[in-house]
Every structure is written in C-alpha cells, then in structure tokens.
Write a new protein. Structure first.
Length: 245
C-alpha cells in the first residue's frame, strides 16, 4: 500500500490509465505504467451492461482477480460502492478503490468512507464527488464535500469534470490529501495539472472509447481500401499477454 500512495508525488502526478480487460491492462503494463485503474463504463459496456447502476459488480470482481496477477498496482472503480465490495476487491488483490457519491447525501458517503477504512485500513480510498460531472460545476459544494471526505479518512479525492485552473487550485488548497483530476483532452496537460498541485491524473473511460473509435476506423479502412496503421501489436504479442495458469 505504501508503494501505491508514494506514486502520488508532488510535482510528478500519477498518470493512471483505466482498463477494462486483461489485454488492455497487459499492454499498458508493457508500456511501463506502474499503476492501473479500472473503468466502470468500460467494464460494464464490454459485458453489455449499463454503467452507474451497480450492474457490473460481478464483472468488476472477476476482472480484479485476473488483473491482480499482473505486476502492477491496481485500483478498482466500484461506483458508489459498499463496504462488502471494497473488502472483496481488496481480498482479490486491489490496493485501492474509487467510490463516487453520485451527488447523494455527502454525510452518507463520508460514513461509507469511514466504514471502509475501518474494515480495510490499508486500502487507498479515492473519494469521488460528482459536483462537476456532466453538469455545471458547483465549487462551493465541491469544497464542502472533499473536505468532509478527507476528514472521514479518504486517502485522496477525485472531482471528474473539473476543468478551470482556478477551480482545480481551490480544490488542491482545500485538502491535505492527493487530488485526482480526470484528464480532459483539449483542456488539460499533465504538466499544467502538476503545476496546480494535482497528484493523480486518470483517464476514466477515455481509452475504452478511443479503442472503440479505432476499431470502427480500422474496419472502415479495410472496407474502403484505405491504409491501416502498421504499428499494431502482433497476434503473437497479444497471445503472449495471457497470464500463466
């Protein structure tokens, strides 16, 4: 656990790719990333399930067991989560969880954080608030929630959708725990986020959605007689990524 927490360094934020299956995880391990997260959208959508409803819990736990066999630190998105789910993914080998408040009562989420930390104190709890997620941001409410979650024992706080530098700086100043920001293409750079004091930059569903787009683009290229990018992993490389029995 100390190893994972130590990756959240001042001036050198942890860039955390989010994966949805063993193959996506293995290729990122090969690329040298020391830690990976899961994406609840990717895990759910890959199984034909909706995100944000808890429907992907079984898939998430199965994936956690598989990914824990890889040489990488793993944190798992358990959506709103529960004590039981947090305990289960920790037992399966995760070193952290991401738990979202879905804009429910902040006190309820803080109580859940306290309960999880009591049951699995070594688990890095990244407490997410959805004050800026797919809605106009409410900075005052954001600051209230992240302070409450940090006081409840969260090891880090996460505000997806946070984009404005002044808002990011305000969240960083509000708490003494690492702040996680969701990378927004065209709005963020890792260097600029580091200058603002951000300690963790995650990709969320970005890689999964990019993979879907690349699949469609490649199929269209084959159909339309266009060039296919030549630097794809080979069959033998991908087959070799399967973990040993």
């Amino acid at each position: 656990m100390k190893g994972f927490a130590a990756l959240h360094r001042s001036g050198h934020p942890l860039v955390l790719p989010n994966v949805w299956d063993v193959a996506s995880a293995r290729c990122l391990v090969e690329a040298g990333f020391p830690a990976l997260g899961t994406t609840s959208l990717g895990v759910a959508a890959a199984a034909g399930l909706p995100d944000g409803t808890g429907a992907g819990e079984d898939e998430t736990l199965r994936l956690t067991r598989s990914l824990a066999r890889l040489p990488v630190q793993l944190t798992v998105d358990i959506e709103t989560g529960s004590v039981g789910t947090a305990v289960a993914v920790a037992a399966a080998g995760a070193v952290g969880v991401n738990m979202e408040d879905a804009l429910g009562p902040a006190e309820t989420h803080a109580a859940l954080i306290r309960s999880v930390k009591q049951e699995v104190p070594q688990l890095f709890v990244n407490a997410r608030t959805d004050t800026h997620w797919q809605r106009p941001g409410d900075l005052a409410e954001t600051l209230r929630r992240v302070r409450l979650y940090a006081a409840a024992g969260a090891d880090g706080v996460f505000v997806p959708g946070l984009a404005e530098p002044a808002d990011i700086a305000a969240v960083v100043a509000a708490v003494d725990v690492p702040v996680n920001v969701l990378f927004l293409p065209g709005r963020h750079t890792v260097a600029a986020l580091a200058d603002l004091g951000v300690r963790r930059v995650s990709t969320g569903s970005l890689l999964f959605r990019a993979a879907l787009a690349a699949s469609v683009n490649t199929a269209e290229a084959v159909r339309d007689g266009l060039a296919v990018r030549p630097d794809l992993p080979s069959y033998a490389q991908v087959n070799a990524w399967a973990p040993p029995e």
